[in-house]
Every structure is written in structure tokens, then in C-alpha cells.
Write a protein that binds this ligand. Sequence first.
Ligand code: KIV
Length: 297
Amino acid sequence: MGARWAGGGRAAFGVAFGRSLLENRGLVKMTTQTLRALKGQRPIVCVTAYDTPMAQCADAAGVDLMLVGDSVGNNVLGFANTVPVTLDMMVHHAAAVARAKPEALLVADLPFGDAHLKPGDVVKSCRRLVQEGGVEAVKIEGGAAIAPLIERLVRAGIPVMGHIGLQPQQVNVLGGYRKFGQRVPEADALRADAEALDQAGVFAIVVELMDPRLAAELSRSISVPIIGIGSGPECDGQILVAHDILGINEHAPSFAKAYANLHETMRAAFAAYAGEVRGKIYPAAAAKSAVSVSAGK
Ligand code: KIV
């Protein structure tokens, strides 16, 4: 989307953080390499996106990484969790986000089950996300056990982002969501997972619902950026679900912060429209009512 969207958000970036290439990425397409280089420079900003307009808005705000998360399942498609999301659904939503031509690095989730296919078939799934979905990298849930697979994908030219701590695709094994890494054996296993992923060549690792002390430790010890979600403030970057940031979801996780209340804004807009149609005000006074809605009145 580039310069067309490079107004307020990126200009403000420049003023706030100085003018270095990495700090003000307004004219720079983010790559896995420039993202990696941000480690230790400034916090990395990541969000999910599932469609073109949302991706345009997030990119205009200057986010560094956009994830077409399999959380599209519970945020957009009405599923209870990410398990029912298929590769076809991921390709469909990835392609919609890619049409926004974001300057942010574009990553898509490999959906439930696909990482456990035969390695050649995993490469095929990732190829679909890259070639048909238009993303530049894939995110895969899993630790040391999938390190050989990640090496193979990277060799095939597919950059991989790791994801440890809570792995939502495991929800039916876990029986729910919980915090990870609070006990010594689990923390040790997570350290080993992060090191194995780092060695295998991931360009970043998402740590979800991880004990903040462990997430901070990994941010110091692992060579690639550690991107936290519900894992405390001392990660190299943060990721949140767009619908939680925007207040579209009525119920958000406790660690999330809503910066708008679009749920209420959308409800009020639909109610205003319904009222005007029933009151025979719209379409006759269409221009006037459109202004009052967009002004939030
Ligand atoms: O699918 C998703 O939205 C995610 C992030 C929240 C990390 O995996």
C-alpha cells in the first residue's frame, strides 16, 4: 500500500523515534531480515488481520508485522476455536490481506494438523500460503519436535515464525487455555523448544500466555525476536488480535487492551440506519445522516 498510506501513523513514528531506517520504516518494506534487526532496537508491533480493509488500516498505522492468524476461526468465522480452520480458509483470508499490499511483513498461520503431515506435504501447504495466499512467511505452532521440519522449510525458501507456550491448536488436548512455564520442568522444556527453533532458523518466535519472567529471559537469550501475547512487557515485541484492539469482540482475554469500542459503534450505526429506514428518513436524507454517523454523533 506504501506511500499512499504513509501519512499520520508513520510520520508520527518518525518524530517519536528519530529518523533511522529501522525506527521509521515509512518508506521501507518490512522483511524477515529487517524485522530481525529490530531486536534490541525498539519494541516490534504485530497485529492480526483477516481482510483487506483491516489490513489497510493496520498498515497505515505503521505496524511491523501482520499475521493472518488462524484465530480468523473464532474472530470472524464463528467457530469456538482455531481447530476447524482449514488450509483453504487460510489461503482465502491471506489473499484478501495480501491485496492490501502491506509494507508490514505478511505472515499466515499453518492451520490445525498441517504441520503433522508428511514433510513434503507440509511444504506443499506452505507453498499454497505463499503462492496463492501471497504471504511472505508462515507461522507454525510447535517446539523442538518440529525443528527438523522448520529447517526443511527454510531450505525450501519459506521463512518460518515459531509459536510456543500456549498453542491454541492443542486446545482439545489441553482441555482449555492456561498459562505456560510457571513450573520448572515446563519452563525447561520451553527453553529447549525456543533454542531448537532458533537453531532451526526461525526469524521470530511468538510466546503465548507464557510466564512473563520466562518470556523476558528468552528475549535476552534467544537470537531472534520474541513476540509476546499475554506474556508480559519484557518481550522484544507484542502481538494482539485486531478484533480485541478494536473492541469488536464483546469478550476479550484479560491481557488484551481495547483501543476503541467498534462493537458499540457498529451496533449504533446499524440501529441508526434501521431507525431512518423505518422512519422514512433514509434514503431521502442520505447525505446528512451519513455525516452524522461518521462524526460519531
Ligand atoms: O492466530 C492468532 O491470532 C495467533 C496470535 C494471536 C499469536 O496465533
